[in-house]
Design a protein around this ligand. Structure first.
Ligand SMILES: *Cc1c(COP(=O)(O)O)cnc(C)c1O
Length: 368
């Protein structure tokens, strides 16, 4: 079976470095909020092109705590509307509702699966205070246009970069466009820890300082609590793992790009819709998502031919039981996307033979 993603093989590439980093932490006797985190935060901020990176426990917390910080700073208040793509992973929306803010679900662009300027502008009301663009599947959203809209209406912009580490427009990377950005280092993400981890990037001094307190019980100074904070720290072992993985991220992005270019140029089955891409630098291919109308038949056919696929995502957030109040909202484009998308295997360790086999099998697919 060609696996969808082989995490063991990915991390085996750096086995010795990871083990050395782990030993370094064990031997240091310091396991929370130490040198590894401090160094990772500097290295990741440099990578993204921001003044700060603040490590937290996971990607959901990165988004939730940023919105919370803006509330603490008086920039958002309960009931404010936040524009978010309707087809995102549910975490982007959970971060909004957890803060008692109101998500405004906007249909994505049909070709890029991301927010588009026209539909975003049309969704703005007098209550809109923020936009949460999600760089879905690894493709950066149209940030120059979205930032221009945000400037015009004085909106905050929080990028969800959980799937897009390193994606850029020109030389400006995701995470440095908005006023802040949330990253996930869940093991399967392009920059993955060996457990849970996340970070916020920003160049705003006040926001960075508030986030540093919120992630650590609301405390800037030991035993003095300014906010009713949470415990959402990125521990030293994971920070050390991430420093190793960050040093190899660009090589991994190039290796994914090699697979994606083969798929883009060699898959030529009329039943398959390939991703739309104008600039390869804009996409880091966290997921290679195609569309096919007879999805079940296609997936069964690939499985029978020894190829594992996944669906990102089978049920849109507004159809989840968690948001039963939205059952009657109609978002036809998002609903259609959710019935047609399939994610093909892709990673920096996928062999050329496997890629060739996947292409050949897909090109032989016929609808019954
Ligand atoms: C993975 C993901 C998250 C959440 O990250 P965790 O680290 O799992 O909490 C948020 N948004 C998107 C788009 C994601 O893919």
């Amino acid at each position: 079976m060609i696996p969808f993603l082989d995490l063991k093989k990915i991390n085996a590439q750096y086995q010795q470095q990871l083990k050395d980093a782990c030993s370094r932490v064990i031997d240091s006797g310091w396991y929370i909020m130490g040198k590894e985190l401090e160094n990772f935060e500097v290295e990741f901020a440099n990578y993204c092109g921001t003044k700060y990176a603040i490590g937290v426990a996971n990607g959901l917390d990165a988004l939730t705590l940023t919105l919370r910080a803006w509330k603490e700073l008086g920039k958002l208040k309960e009931g404010d509307e936040v524009i978010v793509p309707a087809n995102t992973y549910i975490a982007s929306i959970l971060a909004i509702t957890e803060n008692n803010l109101t998500p405004v679900l906007v249909e994505p662009d049909e070709n890029t699966y991301n927010l588009c300027p026209v539909k975003t502008r049309a969704a703005i009301t007098s209550k809109t205070k923020a936009i949460l663009p999600v760089h879905l599947y690894g493709l950066i959203s149209p940030m120059p246009e979205l930032m221009a809209i945000a400037d015009e209406y004085k909106l905050l912009v929080l990028e969800d970069c959980a799937q897009s580490h390193g994606a850029k427009i020109g030389d400006k990377k995701c995470g440095s466009w908005g006023h802040a950005a949330g990253f996930s280092f869940y093991p399967g993400k392009n920059l993955g820890a060996l457990g849970d981890a996340g970070a916020i990037t920003t160049s705003d001094d006040e926001l960075a300082s508030t986030l540093r307190a919120l992630r650590n019980y609301g405390s800037h100074e030991k035993y003095k609590n300014k906010y009713q904070g949470v415990n959402s720290r990125l521990d030293e072992i994971q920070a050390a793992m991430l420093r190793v993985k960050l040093s190899h991220l660009d090589v991994q992005i190039v290796a994914r790009d090699v697979v994606a270019r083969k798929y883009m140029t060699q898959i030529n089955n009329a039943l398959i819709t390939l991703p739309t891409i104008n600039d390869f630098k804009a996409h880091v291919w966290h997921l290679f998502v195609i569309r096919v109308e007879n999805r079940k038949e296609f997936v069964d056919y690939l499985t029978a031919n020894g190829i594992q696929t996944l669906v990102h995502y089978p049920i849109p957030p507004h159809k989840q039981s968690a948001y039963s109040e939205w059952q009657n909202i109609s978002l036809p484009l998002s609903e259609k996307i959710h019935t047609e998308v399939v994610s093909l295997p892709i990673s920096g360790v996928q062999t050329q033979e496997d890629t060739i086999k996947i292409i050949k099998v897909i090109n032989s697919f016929k609808a019954s």
